[in-house]
Design a protein around this ligand. Structure first.
Ligand SMILES: [Zn+2]
Length: 730
């Protein structure tokens, strides 16, 4: 009763002093979420307060502290259809203020809105015009305004190529500030598709179509991304209206096709967003129901009389049904390619390979796109999606730092047009040895090559290309962006971890090449490696000293008569253990050095066994190729470099090219020829996969079980075994 009396007095006071004592008006909405009572099932949200007799067609957006809300109302002001953003704030007593248009809103069509992660920025889509707009422009773009005390700054266009597109399908932001937006574009799958607009150091340079089955020929709009990217709610068109769906990460870098949310009554719910505390889901539904919308307590100026036609109302329900869909171990989605910026159009694009990253560079500017390294075939589609996301087209120039597959394998997805630049040896290398079995198309072959150094001028920058060959491989170059003071050092540094060398490399050549890099590069350069973390010029000298120190330690041990195993057991490289952070251990590095000292590089190169096998296979078939292998090994062993990898590498590459029949034959022979190999388990694993694709289930089972015997507990093998057993039973 005391409450009623108090209200009564306040009302008298308000009436008695018209227009002067606003603060003493009765409170129309009191407490969190306008004092609306939450229930588990869907219900109208704050009837008469937030859910009005006007057309409310975007969920209310509460600030992170829950004390401020932005509401959007659509309707006619005179003859003109306008979308207006209203703001209401809760004071310390819990009372919400009469919603007022945001200072910049009310004159035009403002659309979807979302707070930035910390609530200090408000993003909204709008058809408002910007200075310098062409006459014909009529699409929606994303604008941003920043909090200034109790007010908001003049909105500015988001700095992103997304604003050359029509962003009229709504959007939301994750906790890192990335924007998930529905965009109407011809390059998508359907009319409206969900895109990711990445935030990279305060700007939004990349707009990618979200990968996976989530985007279809139907319409996907109003994406609401969970701040932790565990799920994404969106609205799609179905036969008899609209449906809210939840998509989860698909485990393969994309988003799965969405599933309907249980417990919704099916009356075309749309445009969902979770509340700031994550406990409630707001959504919009057009259900004409005057009873659900009592007369509005607030005026919502500048709109005139309420419009009942085409009414949309705000609903809410518990978000538990969505959280239940996540299961016990929700995945937090991460884009396949991580982007970091060096400013002024230069970015590092990194893929996570588990024990290491593989790093490309992309340089975007007025001349177009230049790409350093294309990653492997498996990563290439994701890489291309990002490169295209800069909205400057495919690369004009591709540079290979060296010929290994994880640096060149993806080049073909960019087609014939890019000019490919590499060391002189790369073209020959990609057309010989085990690379023959990769069957790289002509598009991958370098168009322009050099032996020592060349200069390139692109996007107004001088780029130095310098051969630094002979350590990790014999065809490496460094790519130095002189204005940016950024260099890609190929696999010379390996992120300042112990490096690796292939058969054409020489571990003893690392130190002199690093010494050369110290001379060549300025002291303030940032060093990007083919794999792993970036470093600085100051890291080069200690890295050089480590290389010299480790080689000297192994030499000294060998001079004392120690063999490989004794050197490893004595842990002679213990003091450099900190450098064993990637895929080369100190034991592995000792082995590299011992090998290099014991068997210096051959002066006369050997014949190419892969070329013999490849041409015999293609001209005369599998059996002839295997017979040729056995004859050469028996009668000409010293003329070729026979080792345990040849049949394994050829079989693996044939399998990757869907040539399962010769792949199985090569791998089978590999198990017979090298039964003591450390890679026997892997040979059997690949053999099982080849047998499976030939539908030879029994043989696949035998090979897979043998692989598991050799490598017990290996999850890749156990899951293949499950796949074979599952397929065999059906
Ligand atoms: Zn390499």
């Amino acid at each position: 009763m005391r409450v009623l009396v108090g209200s009564w007095i306040a009302l008298i006071l308000a009436v008695g002093s018209v227009g002067s004592v606003m603060a003493e008006q009765p409170c129309a909405a009191n407490g969190p979420f306008f004092g609306s009572t939450p229930s588990a099932e869907e219900s109208v949200f704050a009837p008469g307060v937030a859910s009005t007799q006007w057309h409310d067609d975007w969920p209310p957006i509460f600030s992170p502290d829950g004390r401020e809300v932005v509401l959007r109302v659509l309707g006619f002001v005179g003859e003109e259809r306008r979308g207006t953003l209203f703001v209401s704030r809760m004071d310390d007593s819990g009372c919400w203020s009469n919603p007022e248009p945001l200072p910049f809103s009310g004159e035009t069509m403002d659309g979807a809105m979302a707070f930035g992660p910390d609530g200090q920025e408000l993003f909204f889509s709008s058809k408002r015009r910007a200075v310098g707009d062409s006459e014909g422009f009529s699409g929606s773009r994303i604008w941003v305004t920043a909090r200034q005390g109790d007010d908001w700054s003049e909105p500015v266009l988001l700095d992103s190529p997304v604003n050359s597109l029509n962003v009229n399908g709504g959007f939301s932001l994750d906790a890192d500030g990335n924007i998930f937006a529905s965009i109407e574009t011809e390059s998508g799958v359907g009319a409206h598709d969900i895109h990711l607009i990445r935030k990279v150091v305060g700007v939004y340079p990349v707009v990618e179509l979200l990968p996976g089955a989530i985007n279809t020929e139907a319409t996907e709009v109003a994406p609401f991304i969970d701040p932790d990217r565990r799920f994404l709610i969106y609205t799609t068109t179905v036969d008899d209206g609209l449906e809210l769906r939840v998509s989860l990460p698909d485990g393969a870098g994309g988003w799965a096709e969405g599933r309907p949310i249980p417990g919704l009554d099916g009356q075309s719910p749309k445009f969902a967003a979770l509340s700031n505390n994550g406990e409630r889901m707001f959504f919009v539904s057009e259900r004409f129901d005057v009873a659900a919308n009592p007369p509005a307590v607030w005026s919502y100026e500048p709109y005139g009389d309420p419009v009942y036609e085409d009414n949309a109302d705000l609903f809410w329900m518990s978000s538990e049904a969505i959280l239940d869909m996540l299961g016990d171990e929700p995945q937090m989605w991460k884009p396949t390619i991580e982007i970091t910026s060096f400013g002024e159009g230069l970015y590092r694009l990194a893929t996570d390979q588990g024990a290491y990253t593989t790093n490309s560079l992309v340089f975007v500017g007025s001349d177009g796109v230049l790409l350093v390294d294309t990653q492997s075939e498996g990563e290439a589609e994701a890489l291309r999606r990002v490169v295209k996301g800069f909205h400057q087209g495919d690369p004009k120039i591709i540079i290979f730092t060296h010929r290994h597959v994880e640096h060149v394998g993806g080049a073909a997805v960019f087609g014939e047009d890019p000019m490919v630049i590499a060391h002189d040896l790369v073209r020959t290398k990609l057309r010989s040895g085990s690379y023959l079995f990769d069957e790289f198309p002509d598009a991958t072959m370098p168009d322009l090559s050099f032996a020592d150094r060349m200069k390139l001028f692109f996007n107004g920058e001088e780029i130095d290309l310098v051969a630094m060959a002979g350590s990790h491989d014999d065809n490496e170059i460094m790519v130095h962006f002189k204005d940016h003071k950024v260099v890609h050092l190929s696999s010379l540094t390996n992120g300042f971890n112990l490096p690796s060398a292939d058969g054409d490399g020489d571990v003893l050549a690392f130190a002199p090449l690093i010494a050369r890099a110290i001379d060549e590069l300025p002291e303030d350069v940032v060093i990007v490696s083919g794999h792993n973390d970036n470093g600085a010029w100051a890291d080069l000298q200690p890295y050089h000293d480590m290389l010299v120190g480790t080689v000297n330690a192994v030499r000294a041990g060998m001079a004392d008569g120690m063999g490989l195993e004794e050197l490893q057991e004595a842990k002679i490289l213990d003091q450099w253990e900190a450098y064993a952070g990637s895929y080369v251990s100190t034991d592995g590095w000792i082995e590299y050095i011992v090998d290099a000292i014991e068997s210096p590089k051959e002066s006369a190169p050997k014949e190419d066994i892969y070329a013999e096998l490849y041409s015999t296979l293609n001209d005369q078939g599998t059996e002839a190729a295997l017979a040729r292998y056995l004859v050469l090994k028996a009668e000409h062993e010293n003329e070729y470099d026979f080792n345990e990898f040849i049949l394994l590498a050829a079989g693996s590459k044939l399998l990757a090219k869907d040539r399962a029949e010769p792949a199985a034959a090569f791998l089978e022979l590999g198990t017979e020829e090298y039964p003591e190999s450390d890679y026997l388990y892997y040979t059997y694993y690949l053999l099982a996969r080849a047998r499976l694709s030939l539908e030879q289930t029994e043989e696949a089972l035998t090979a897979c079980r043998r692989a598991l015997e050799l490598k017990p507990g290996n999850t890749t093998i156990t899951s293949l075994l499950a796949e074979i057993e599952g397929g065999g039973a059906s």
